[in-house]
Design a protein around this ligand. Structure first.
Ligand code: PLP
Length: 357
């Protein structure tokens, strides 16, 4: 199902760069496909919708978003099924979230037909870039930034919306070691933690570096007030299996509402397993690791799907998580289910896959 939702000008690249890319060795975010979608917001409406060769922008030194940070993004993926058709996973959820981020950052919002029309047009010209090797996919990066050339703290009146894509391989990493962060915060009530805005990631880099220097891989953020309740980790939501139930922090304005998180909750509920969305304290997690009632802890996000943790460090002490055999691991069952769904190997019973034709 596809219509040309909006009129988009197409200027194709003179030659494809696809031969330069080794699809059996795809580091994350390094190879960019031939084209990008670009649209500009000016005079109160979106205009100049185009698919053009991936290339540099020319920007003013006074570009408002470089100074005051009106810059938001999304992350999503496209897959190929065995018939070679290109499928996207729940793209409308990313569109909705992008507009929630835009509202919080006082930016222009993007109509559905421009977001979806841009995605479809781009994926159609760059369909060859969607990998069909196991566990690989095309990572899609929609983003928007203010383009006024004006030095003054005020919302930009003009914006650029762009989408480009990168073929990415499987994320073969060792299960990461997490440090519970109790000094720095990522977000606070009333803040911008639920928005996928650039500044949230800049602010997280220094505390993450400190944790890495101490031998950890990532941070587990806690609430800004008491540092008692778990929020999320890096660019992932956090989930636990406690007494056989899936337990995850309830979302709030300080937690990003992951599409992966929401999908996992629906899938696990459909399997008849209880899911609790509520406050989860560090104390509960540590007690659960110590008495064996907590059997799994994993991150959930588009880039990795699920990422089981090996260790949680809290106040100078490390708590090891036992490796769960693949047959009995809920994280593994979820991973396989979502992977099969996304590559068209299992029936799309939730109606989540969006085919590009
Ligand atoms: C993107 C992101 C997530 C995961 O969201 P998905 O939609 O599942 O990819 C979680 N937390 C943060 C902070 C993020 O930026």
């Amino acid at each position: 199902m596809t219509t040309d939702l909006v009129s988009i000008e197409l200027r194709k690249a003179g030659r494809s760069r696809i031969e330069e890319v080794d699809f059996n060795n795809l580091p994350f975010g390094k190879h960019f496909s031939d084209h990008m979608f670009v649209a500009d917001f000016a005079d109160g409406h979106w205009q100049n919708l185009q698919v053009v060769p991936f290339s540099d922008f020319t920007l003013s030194p006074a570009l408002s978003s470089l100074h005051y940070g009106q810059s938001i993004f999304e992350g999503m993926k496209a897959y190929k099924n065995e018939e070679g058709e290109v499928l996207m996973f729940r793209p409308l959820e990313n569109w909705k979230r992008m507009n929630e981020s835009a509202k919080r950052m006082c930016m222009a919002t993007i109509p559905e037909e421009i977001f979806m029309g841009g995605l479809e047009a781009l994926l159609r010209v760059d369909a060859d870039w969607v990998p069909n090797t196991p566990d690989s996919s095309l990572y899609i990066r929609p983003y928007m930034f203010g383009t006024d050339t004006f030095l003054g703290v005020a919302p930009s009146k003009t914006y650029r919306f762009c989408i480009f894509t990168c073929p990415v391989g499987a994320y073969y990493t060792k299960p990461p070691k997490l440090k519970v962060e109790t000094d720095y915060i990522r977000s606070a009530p009333g803040g911008v933690g639920y928005a996928k805005c650039a500044g949230n990631y800049a602010g997280s880099m220094y505390p993450t570096l400190l944790a890495q220097q101490a031998g950890y891989d990532q941070l587990m953020w806690t609430d800004a007030t008491e540092h008692k309740y778990i929020e999320e980790s890096g660019t992932m939501n956090i989930m636990f299996v406690i007494n056989g139930k899936l337990v995850t922090p309830a979302t709030s304005d300080s937690i990003l509402k992951g599409v992966t998180r929401d999908s996992i909750i629906q899938v696990v509920r459909s399997w008849g397993i209880d899911v609790e969305e509520r406050k989860v304290s560090i104390q509960e997690v540590i007690a659960g690791i110590e008495d064996g009632s907590l059997t799994e802890a994993f991150g959930a996000g588009t880039a990795v799907v699920v990422s089981p943790y090996s260790l949680i460090g809290y106040e100078g002490k490390d708590y090891m998580l036992n490796e769960v055999p693949k047959e009995s691991s809920l994280a593994n069952r979820i991973f396989n289910f979502l992977n099969d769904l996304r590559t068209g190997r299992s029936e799309d019973s939730f109606g989540w896959m969006h085919k590009i034709v």
